[in-house]
Design a protein around this ligand. Sequence first.
Ligand code: TEU
Length: 564
Amino acid sequence: MSRVDEPWWKRATIYQIYPRSFADSDGDGIGDLRGIISKVDYLAELGIGAVWLSPIYKSPHADNGYDIADYCAIDPVFGTLDDFDELLAALHARGIRLIMDLVVNHTSDEHQWFKESRSSKDDPRRDWYWWRKGRTAPDGSSLPPNDWGSFFSGPAWTLDPASGEYYLHLFAPKQPDLNWENPRVRAAIHQMMKWWIDRGVDGFRMDVINYISKDPGLPAGEPGPQGYEDGSRWFASGPHLMEYLQEMRLAVLSDPGKELLTVGETPMITPSQAAQLTDHEGPLDMVFQFEHVNLDQVGPDKWELRPTSAREVFGSLVAWQHALGDRGWNSLYLSNHDQPRQLSRFGDERFRTRSATALATALHLLRGTPYVFQGEELGMANAPVASSEDLYDIESRNHFATAVAAGSDPDGVLEVFRLKGRDNPRSPMQWTDGPHAGFSTGRPWMPVNPDYRTVNAAAEAAEEDSVLAYYRRLIRLRANSDVVAHGSFVELDAGDPNVLAYRRELGSESLLVVVNLSGEVRSIRLGDLLPPEGGQLELVLGNGDASARDALGEWEARVYRLTS
Ligand code: TEU
């Protein structure tokens, strides 16, 4: 079916593995590469085209591997380079590509580059990071160079007593920001990327890549949470972003024989910036934009929330379909290792199978490349948080300590984490109804969700109408369908705000998608959703009985092929 000239990722579904929580082969309670190797047939059966692997590099794990101490070494907790090569070969043998996580806005403070940089003001690597003198307060004490806050609570600067200067870290103090203004930094990153490409990897997911170009003046920002400033207008999509990414594309990514995929994680990005980054002259293939997952956020504080709905979230995704059109390309996601489980957040656990599959149908058949976060294909729910003992993520731990010290009610803070915290999606993958859900023979680093006795891969593999079985059909539908991979997007009005309806069209091919995004029965007029020339409807996928043509059951999704 596939066209020779198409990029492979237009019909592929990409599966994100968070290695710590996927499968543990050695019983230490932490997932590892050999664990992933033992599951490659599961991935092949799912029908995915590529795996995006969250970081497996050497790291002190202040931020679960998003703090890298050596880009060209595997952390011993995950295995060895030989294990890595074996995993890559096992995936390739099954036609699955491997996308690495490229975390180059910052390194770990334990990276050799930073150790050298911090060693003295005259070190040749001093300007590989952002070192600045502090300001003097009226009382003579030292203040950081500006008042920016970090994403993980507290200031974005840490004083290094040895030199008396501060270094910039947009995330934790253990994640110093690299200075991309320095061409030697850029060259070192290109070299490292080539090293992985030569090893055989198929592309990169680029962590907060739109933060790499900062205004070197590091000016004052806007008022932000916790009394700090939000400096994002000086570091998000900064002045040289395009230039640095074009340079990277030319230096390492442009070999046409390799078909490398690049997806940039780009918080705060607008549709026009996304189009510019991903159109046919743009430096990236696609970006992760954040608009739909931030609709529940009021203002600059991540933890100040308002209710939202699946319908509102899809309204935003539909606006992005129009905004990117056939210029640029969408990444389609509802959750990942930083976002809560989509079932708990946008679906309805009372209609677990129905709402999990409805959300997937609505998302996957849009124009763009869909991403599945491990366990989503089982309908996994948010990890329960009973007390502050259940906080594992650095962002939540730091915020809890800061907010409670400032007088917030601890239970109130925990309640917000249940809605938005990053621990929610990180509980171990549920493989079986056996001990620790078959994730590990030892005590998992984070508890397994108690619902594993019913929600697990083994049980769902044996059922015809499970979430897993449905995902397999949905992923194959995209893989085998030109209209899903390449067709245009036509928004439809089903006459009910809870019903999402759209058509995908390519030449004479047409697909109609109708999804009830609510837990109540809804009536529709299917005939009104046909194109002007009319046509016959053939049901190709659905999660309900579809018997009452003009009534959609709770969270019912239907996909029709239109034939003349
Ligand atoms: O995340 C960056 C990001 O902007 C947020 O989604 C982040 O999760 C945080 O919630 C801000 O409030 C990326 C990674 O995906 C994340 O896991 C890392 O912690 C972060 O960068 C730093 O590398």
